[in-house]
Design a protein around this ligand. Structure first.
Ligand code: AMP
Ligand code: MG
Length: 694
């Protein structure tokens, strides 16, 4: 099912007469191949209908196949059309509305027409909400004033989309009823205008050049960034134009493959994950690493705040069974599919009955049978009786309290024990842990083993996660040799690459070993070109300053995206940042200690942002120092450290070439930017390597 263009239309009940874009007017966008053109503001339905006819004529004449999606119910709940027009034919219902709706920018008859329709049904309703001052006979102002009209509140498809409204509510916050009445005539006229060139999914075979379909623009709520886009409707038409036009023909066919009923269906309902997975990730802006000028040394916190606000997810998403989702980053909030526990049950092995029990000796007769986990007792337990019950077993009807077996004297047909016992003792309520529909884990979280247990308990089998971030790791320098080989005078072993590969793998990313680059610009360029095809991000070490042999800096400089961050921190030389193609490059210092510390402090949160995760804040603990040190103002220092006897010791040498100190250490001491004199016993911030997810 291939479409060359997707037109998304955010329909509206409002009708704007002014020229300034308003949020509740009509917005449209055209998407192709996963990209959307700028949204089009259509200030009222008359303008929108003309724009649709012109745009679709143009696309049709170019020979393009077009899907037009409206966030507008194409049909009403089951039974409505049959009662009103004597036929189930939804498209005939459109014509019925087209013949009766009067619509002009300054007035329309939707409330009166709704009242006339209500008169065709028994009881009161189904339409409600009178938006006018004057009363209208047969149109209740309140939803609960309706009765006996005999129609369901929503269609099956509406039930499959969280937060959908009933088409019977004509107006009020979020209501859709008014815009449906005002939209069906436009749909009817589009059909008649385009004749055999147009068909309507799912009521007709999808075989014409123009296909109309209904959808909801609320299916990927987390992807609308209200803070960035001032008008939500404009952002929505763009997002869905991108998403629908990015679907492969077979994915589109899968979305359209439903059992058609006169109620129709909402394209994507219940399968938002297919849409989400199709969305191409946004790419970074060329100036994402550009720091405000005039700051000579950048404080660590300023650099981190910049990464946090300028980097975002660059990976696509996929749907995975939870057992395969450990360490992945959630691409959507996870809701409990079932309550946990699903039913009230016993927390202990014992005897269940109706509580509470007063103080003093108690004697209850036992019913025959028992309730065990997975084998509930399906009869009621009469008042004054008790039942044998085991841990995890559902409480039978008539039981809300359980006494521990250890506290009971058991006879053949009865139990004795001493009260008092509160009602609900040793029992768990249904949903006391999680209720169905609760958001149990949020977008951007890295899935822990505990999360997998939580999701399983809540009946969640699959989750939407980001694809793993492919991180290329490259070392640069003519002096480097691979570990395990021989090295001549003037040569050293490449310590950074295997170290960084292990680090990045431990953070849950997919490592791409890019090998070593010599100090040769042309060769480095080829390596970067190749890496950009295979990696989402490239991390290099060495060659990042502004010296003669600092080719990484020189090459990035040529892209126009280069920034050399002079960070006020020790250890650490500048960080070289830029984009190669649209792939971010993070150039770490060559010195192994500096490379490691800069990777922990900067690369870790940067990679996590790029992978779709929430910001990685690193916690430390205040512990007494076992060392003495005075430091200058204006830079942050990280010392290799370990804890012995509850005190923090630091590595005797601060030399940043001393890589063995990293192995000696179990964490870092972080000394803040102002000048400091640390004496033994003073509290210092110790960050265990574990807090960097090492
Ligand atoms: P550079 O940033 O290229 O000037 O390198 C700074 C220091 O780190 C030099 O002493 C390099 O030899 C050393 N160095 C650079 N890359 C590595 C590496 N991958 N492994 C070990 N040492 C390195
Ligand atoms: Mg070098």
């Amino acid at each position: 099912m291939k479409f060359d263009r997707v037109v998304t239309v955010d329909w509206s009940g409002g009708n704007d007469r002014g020229a300034t874009p308003k949020k509740d007017a009509i917005w449209a966008a055209i998407g192709s191949g996963g990209a959307a053109q700028d949204p089009v503001y259509l200030r009222n339905r008359q303008v929108a209908e003309r724009w649709l006819i012109d745009t679709l004529t143009d696309l049709r004449d170019q020979g393009l196949r077009v899907l037009v999606t409206f966030d507008l119910c194409f049909a009403y709940p089951d039974g409505f059309a049959t009662q009103l027009i004597g036929s189930e034919d939804t498209l005939a219902l459109w014509d019925w509305f087209a013949a009766r709706v009067e619509d002009a920018p300054d007035a329309n008859n939707r409330f009166d027409l709704a009242a006339q329709i209500n008169a065709q049904f028994l009881g009161t309703g189904p339409f409600w909400f009178n938006g006018l001052q004057r009363d209208i006979a047969g149109l209740p102002r309140k939803g609960n004033a309706r009765k006996d009209h005999g129609l369901p509140e929503k269609r099956s498809a509406d039930l499959a989309v969280a937060g959908s409204f009933s088409p019977w509510q004509l107006a009020g916050a979020g209501a859709v009823g008014g815009q449906v009445i005002m939209g069906l005539p436009t749909l009817s006229r589009l059909r008649h205008h385009f004749g055999a060139d147009l068909c309507v999914w799912p009521f007709q075979p999808v075989d014409a050049q123009i296909v109309l379909a209904e959808t909801y623009f609320s299916q990927l709520p987390d992807l609308i960034d209200a803070s960035r886009d001032t008008i939500k409707d404009a952002a929505q038409v763009m997002l869905y134009a991108r998403a629908f036009s990015a679907l492969s023909p077979d994915k589109m066919a899968a979305l359209m493959d439903i059992d058609a009923t006169p109620e129709g269906w909402v394209l994507g309902a219940g399968r938002a994950e297919i849409l989400r997975a199709a969305l191409p990730p946004p790419s970074l802006r060329n100036d994402c690493f550009a720091m405000p000028q005039g700051v000579h040394w950048t404080p660590v916190d300023t650099a981190l705040a910049h990464l946090r606000s300028h980097l975002g997810p660059v990976t696509q998403t996929q749907y995975l069974p939870i057992a395969q989702a450990a360490n992945r980053i959630l691409a959507a909030d996870v809701q409990a599919a079932r309550a946990h526990p699903p039913a009230p049950n016993s927390a202990v092995d014992g005897y269940g009955f109706a509580g509470p029990m007063p103080e003093g000796p108690q004697n209850l007769s036992l019913v025959a049978g028992r309730s065990a986990a997975g084998q509930p007792y399906s009869h009621p337990v009469p008042a004054g009786s008790a039942i044998r019950i085991l841990t995890g077993a559902n409480l039978p009807q008539g039981v809300d309290t359980v006494i521990l077996q250890e506290d009971v004297q058991l006879a053949a047909n009865n139990i004795r024990f001493n009260g008092p016992l509160k009602r609900g003792a040793n029992a768990r309520d249904a949903g006391e842990d999680m209720r169905k529909g609760d958001v149990i884990l949020t977008l951007g979280r890295r899935i822990t083993p505990a999360d997998i247990g939580t999701m399983a308990a809540a009946g969640v089998g699959q989750v939407s996660v980001h694809k793993r971030l492919a991180v290329g790791i490259l070392s640069t320098g003519d002096e480097l040799r691979d570990p395990g080989t021989t090295a001549d005078d003037g040569q050293i072993f490449d310590a950074n690459r295997p170290m960084l590969c292990a680090l990045v793998a431990g953070w849950g990313h997919a490592v791409v070993d890019l090998g070593r680059a010599p100090d040769n610009r042309a060769k480095l360029r080829n390596i970067l070109d190749d890496a950009a095809k295979r990696c989402d991000v490239i991390i290099s070490s060495g060659g990042a300053s502004a010296g003669d042999e600092d080719h990484m800096s020189a090459l990035l400089e040529g892209t126009g995206s280069f920034a050399l961050w002079r960070i006020a921190m020790k250890p650490g030389r500048p960080l070289a940042l830029g984009l190669w193609g649209d792939r971010p490059v993070i150039g770490l210092p060559g010195n192994p200690v500096a490379a490691m510390v800069c990777a922990l402090v900067f690369a870790r949160p940067a990679l996590r942002q790029l992978a779709g995760g929430t910001w990685a804040q690193t916690e430390g603990y205040l512990l007494p120092a076992a060392f003495e040190k005075s430091k200058k103002a204006g830079r942050r220092e990280y010392l290799r450290a370990r804890v012995d006897d509850g005190k923090v010791h630091v590595f005797p040498s601060e030399g940043s070439g001393r890589v063995s100190g990293l192995s000696w250490a179990t964490g870092l001491v972080e000394l803040d930017d102002p000048a400091q004199k640390v004496s033994p016993g003073d509290l210092v911030r110790f960050i265990p390597f574990g807090n960097y997810a090492l």
